[in-house]
Design a protein around this ligand. Structure first.
Ligand code: SF4
Ligand code: SF4
Length: 107
């Protein structure tokens, strides 16, 4: 069904979509791994919300490429603790154990 064919009950309403994070961090290291940077950038750019990878192109100096993990995970910055914040953050991270559920409310 196209949007134009959607029932009237959906049209002419203003809704708010809230993405609620669930799950836990399994310390897989995918979010810090430069191997996934190009795929992540593609998702951000396609979404229109812009390219916003932590540490940019240089990557994080605390990433241990041999182990594929953070060198000091227990003391990682708050920005890393709060990751992921939105669903697109994890779209190119195959081992991430977080997931999001969406709550839709009419405003
Ligand atoms: S500080 Fe650790 S958790 Fe944060 S981006 Fe760097 S390697 Fe990843
Ligand atoms: S990809 Fe997800 S599960 Fe893996 S270290 Fe990052 S936040 Fe944790």
């Amino acid at each position: 069904m196209s949007l134009a064919e959607a029932p009237n009950i959906v049209r002419n309403k203003t809704i708010r979509i809230k993405h609620i994070r669930h799950g836990y961090c399994n310390s897989c290291g995918d979010c810090c791994n430069p191997d996934f940077r190009a795929a992540r950038r593609a998702f951000y750019e396609a979404s229109g919300i812009g390219y916003k990878l932590t540490h940019g192109e240089a990557g994080c100096p605390d990433f241990d490429s041999e182990r594929g993990k953070c060198r000091d995970y227990s003391k990682r910055p708050m920005e890393c603790v709060r990751f992921p914040r939105i669903p697109i953050d994890i779209m190119a991270l195959p081992q991430c154990s977080y997931y999001f559920l969406s709550e839709i409310t009419e405003v």
